[in-house]
Design a protein around this ligand. Structure first.
Ligand code: XBP
Ligand code: MG
Length: 256
C-alpha cells in the first residue's frame, strides 16, 4: 500500500520547462539588454543541469561572450535568475501554463483516499507557489503534508536530498511511498532515497533511458502506452493503477 505520494513539479505537474521557464529565461535576457537567446533544442541540452542559476552558469561555460571572472558570472546568473522567476510568475498569472491532463484528478483521488502527498522539487519556492496558487488556489498548501523546494536543500536533484527531507517530514519509509517524476535526473534522486518511481514522460524527456522504475508512460490522462501495461480499457490512470504498480514492485523486490 502506498503510504505517501511525492510529486515532482517541473515536467510532472505541468510542462513548465517548455511553456514557462524557457520563454521566461529568454525574456530575462532581453530585459537585461542582452542578445542571448536559448532555442528549444539548446534548452533541452541545458536541462541536464538542474537549477536555473546552475543552468545559466553551465551555458556561460560554453560562451565566448560570457563574463570572464567567476564572481561576475555568479552575479549575472543571479540577476538573470531573479528576473526569469518574475517573468515566469507573470506567465502563470496570465494563464499560459496549466497542469498536465490527468494530474488534478489523481491528486484529488489520493486526497479523498487520505494518502498524504508532498511536493518534492528543486525548483525555487516562488515558482512552486506561483504554479500551485494559480492551478489549485491560495489554500493549496493545506492539501500537502510536506513541501520541499530548491532553497530547502543543499544539493539539487539528481542528489536525493529533497526526497530524503520529504520522507523525514512525512515520517514514512521510502519503500512505502511513491515518487512521480518526468526526468531521468528526478527519477535517480528518488531511487537514491529508496523511493519507487513512476515516470510520466514530458516533452523534454520523451524517450530517455530509465532504469529500474516501477512504470513509465505518456501521461496520466490515458491508460494506453504505459509499461507495465494497464490493459485495453480506455480512461485515465487511477490511484488503483499506482497501487498496482507499487504492489508489483514490492513483490518483485522480494524475489530478486
Ligand atoms: C526543475 C529544475 C529547475 C527548473 C527551473 O527540476 O531543474 O531548475 O528548470 O527552476 P525538477 P529554477 O523537475 O527535477 O524539480 O529556475 O527555480 O531552478
Ligand atoms: Mg521534473
Amino acid at each position: 500500500m502506498i503510504q505517501a505520494l511525492l510529486w515532482d513539479v517541473d515536467g510532472t505537474l505541468a510542462e513548465t520547462e517548455r511553456d514557462g521557464h524557457l520563454p521566461a529565461f529568454n525574456d530575462a535576457f532581453a530585459d537585461l539588454g542582452m542578445d542571448w537567446r536559448w532555442s528549444v533544442e539548446r534548452y533541452g541540452e541545458l536541462l541536464r543541469t538542474t537549477g536555473g542559476r546552475e543552468r545559466l552558469l553551465r551555458d556561460m561555460a560554453d560562451r565566448p561572450d560570457a563574463p570572464s571572472t567567476t564572481e561576475q558570472r555568479l552575479a549575472l546568473a543571479q540577476a538573470l535568475h531573479r528576473r526569469k522567476n518574475e517573468r515566469y510568475a507573470e506567465r502563470l498569472a496570465a494563464g499560459l501554463i496549466g497542469f498536465r491532463p490527468g494530474v488534478m484528478a489523481l491528486l484529488e483521488e489520493a486526497l479523498s483516499a487520505g494518502i498524504p502527498q508532498a511536493i518534492v522539487t528543486t525548483t525555487s519556492c516562488s515558482n512552486v507557489q506561483a504554479l500551485l496558487d494559480q492551478q489549485i488556489g491560495i489554500g493549496w498548501k493545506g492539501l500537502f503534508a510536506a513541501v520541499v523546494c530548491g532553497e530547502d536543500v543543499p544539493l539539487k536533484k539528481p542528489a536525493p536530498d529533497a526526497y530524503l527531507l520529504a520522507l523525514q517530514a512525512l515520517r514514512v519509509q521510502g519503500m512505502h511511498s511513491l515518487a512521480i517524476e518526468d526526468s531521468p535526473g528526478g527519477a535517480a534522486a528518488a531511487k537514491l532515497a529508496g523511493i519507487p518511481v513512476v515516470v510520466t514522460r514530458s516533452v523534454y524527456f520523451p524517450d530517455d533511458a530509465l532504469d529500474e522504475v516501477l512504470a513509465v508512460g505518456p501521461g496520466f490522462d490515458r491508460r494506453d502506452g504505459w509499461q507495465p501495461s494497464l490493459g485495453a480499457a480506455a480512461g485515465p490512470v487511477r490511484l488503483a493503477d499506482l497501487q498496482y504498480w507499487h504492489f508489483r514492485g514490492e513483490l518483485f523486490s522480494h524475489f530478486t
